[in-house]
Design a protein around this ligand. Structure first.
Ligand SMILES: Nc1ncnc2c1ncn2[C@@H]1O[C@H](COP(=O)(O)OP(=O)(O)OP(=O)(O)O)[C@@H](O)[C@H]1O
Length: 525
């Protein structure tokens, strides 16, 4: 609001300057001294008001960007995992980068646009005070110019919207290049094909649309500006032939209209930004981030007591995004996890083990069947708390560069780092990790270190030991797993290591999404 007031006041002071210039052409010398003093004050007022208004605007635009980004991050954190997985990281990053910028840009220009609208209206009032018929004629001509400009904008829009879609594809391919750089470096033909047949065509398609849209926009903008000069030409050369008007009035008109081109430009120039913001908002909406509040999972606040967890007749299906046909179906599955138990989930690749782990941990909501905690059904309202029961290490899990959400003292940190053989990867003073040059196995060990320090009742490991050397597999299955299950905590581990099935109380096996066996183990090793 302050920005609108200061911006509007500076515009009005500027308009005051124009009227003073106009009056100076018609006043006597004595009055000119007074006008000169007023002119000096008006200049000072413009300077102060514009500087203050710009400072306010900068702060406003930065705080808007920060708020918007934070809000979007919160929505991402609250959105259901399957919807985020369907978006893919390239689209989410694109939204957090480009779309937030586009919306911020439009929002932060809004106060300036309001201030300019105030100036424009005041200018029109001043013009009407000089000559009402001329003012009406000017408004009609300006409206025609603006209408044709809006037509061009609408046309440009179509191409710019398409370009926004294409940009997602380019971002996806750039991500593939960054993450697949080793594969590209090692195979020159693959690299050339990727560059010329994948990346370049995607980028070219996007740029062609962008160029087309921007060209149309530029032409519309130029036409919008020119139409004002055509209007001034009509006023000066044509109007006086049909309607008597003094040369002072015409001069006042020309000066004022020339000045008003700047606020009008700013308002018309804002429309493309508004349009981009609209495209971005639709994009965010299409990604499912404008989530239905009823679908948002409330953040869990406390870790519930653990007496039993069970899946009862649970089914879940992935669907193809285009046809809504099931691409993979898991279940129906019944599963029970008791305190202190070690449960292994085995099965071939693609049999549904990770999907089952995501259902168990509440990251996916079953299509059918129920999730029960302590024999009570976990409904939507309880899901947030239910998720706090688990500490997980997934195959593609992310490792933050420090301990977050865990109260661990340096002694515990040192002890686990030493068991896991990664003392040199941890800064015990700050609790930060040295993630720079980690091998895959060390990365997994750090992830396990974080899990071991977490005081939650159920550990879920997805093929944790797959990248460990034989010696450390022994340590994991024979020492770490038993230690973790002391004090009534449970371990659910997806594993292909059938040599170590003896370490489990129970092994369940999945084949094509169905549980084919569930057998008791735990024989003396
Ligand atoms: N987000 C997803 N969207 C669609 N389909 C998926 C998704 N995640 C997994 N799938 C499909 O579901 C099936 C089961 O996948 P899942 O990851 O659960 O198997 P898995 O038993 O853990 O396999 P692996 O041993 O190879 O890790 C696979 O056919 C996979 O292609």
């Amino acid at each position: 609001m302050a920005s609108i007031v200061f911006g509007g006041a500076s515009g009005l002071a500027m308009l005051g300057l124009i009227t003073l210039i106009h009056q100076s052409f018609t006043q006597q010398a004595a009055a000119s001294n007074r006008l000169a003093t007023l002119f000096g004050f008006a200049c000072l007022a413009v300077l102060v008001l514009q500087v203050v208004s710009k400072c306010i605007l900068t702060r406003l635009s930065q705080s808007t960007a920060a708020r918007l980004q934070f809000e979007l991050c919160n929505r991402i954190a609250a959105a259901p995992l399957p919807e985020l997985e369907a978006c893919g990281p390239h689209r989410l990053l694109g939204t957090l980068g480009g779309d937030v910028g586009a919306i911020t840009n439009a929002l932060s220009q809004f106060p300036t646009v309001c201030a300019n609208a105030m100036v424009l209206i005041s200018g029109l009032v001043y013009l009407a005070s000089l000559s009402l018929p001329l003012a009406i004629g000017s408004v009609i001509m300006a409206s025609l110019g603006i209408a044709s400009y809006l037509g061009g904008l609408h046309w440009a829009n179509y191409h710019l919207r398409q370009a926004r879609e294409d940009r997602d594809e380019v971002r996806k391919q750039l991500q593939a290049m960054v993450f697949g750089i080793k594969e590209l470096k090692g195979n020159n033909r693959r690299c050339v094909e990727f560059m010329y047949d994948v990346l370049l065509p995607a980028d070219t398609a996007m740029r062609e649309r962008l160029i087309k849209g921007t060209d149309i926009l530029g032409a519309a903008h130029t036409w919008g500006r020119l139409s004002r000069f055509i209007g001034i030409g009509l006023l000066i050369f044509v109007w006086p032939r049909f309607w008597p008007v003094t040369s002072e009035t015409l001069m006042g008109y020309t000066l004022t209209i020339l000045y008003l081109t700047s606020p009008l430009d700013s308002i018309l120039g804002w429309l493309p930004a508004l349009n981009n913001a609209n495209i971005s908002l639709n994009k965010i909406n299409a990604l499912g981030l404008m989530i239905d509040p009823s679908k948002a999972i409330a953040c869990g606040t406390q870790i519930p007591e653990f007496r039993s967890i069970s899946l009862r007749n649970v089914s879940y299906a992935y669907r193809s995004p285009h046809s809504d046909q099931e691409s993979f179906h898991l279940g129906p599955i019944d599963l029970l996890v008791m305190p202190g138990e070690v449960l292994f989930i085995a099965g071939g690749n693609g049999s549904g083990k990770t999907t089952l782990a995501k259902l168990l941990t509440g990251l996916y909501t079953p299509d059918q069947g129920e999730l029960l905690l302590n024999k009570q059904v976990v409904d939507q309202a309880a899901l947030g708390d239910y998720r706090q029961m688990f500490t997980t290490v997934f195959v593609e899990g992310h490792l933050f560069d420090r301990l977050l959400g865990i109260d661990a003292n340096p002694m515990q940190l040192k002890r686990w780092a030493s068991i896991l053989g990664i003392e040199d990867k941890v800064d015990f003073e700050t609790g930060h990790f040295r993630l720079g040059k980690l091998s895959r196995g060390q990365h997994k060990r750090l992830a396990l270190l974080v899990a071991c320090l977490d005081q939650r009742p159920v550990f879920v490991f997805d093929e944790w030991a797959a990248e460990q050397d034989p010696g450390f597999k022994e340590v994991f299955y024979r020492h770490i797993v038993p230690e973790l299950t002391r004090n009534g905590r449970s371990v659910v581990a997806i594993t292909h290591d059938d040599r170590y099935f003896f370490a489990a109380d129970r092994v369940v096996e999945l084949v094509d999404g169905k549980m084919v066996s569930s057998r008791r183990q735990r024989i003396a090793a």
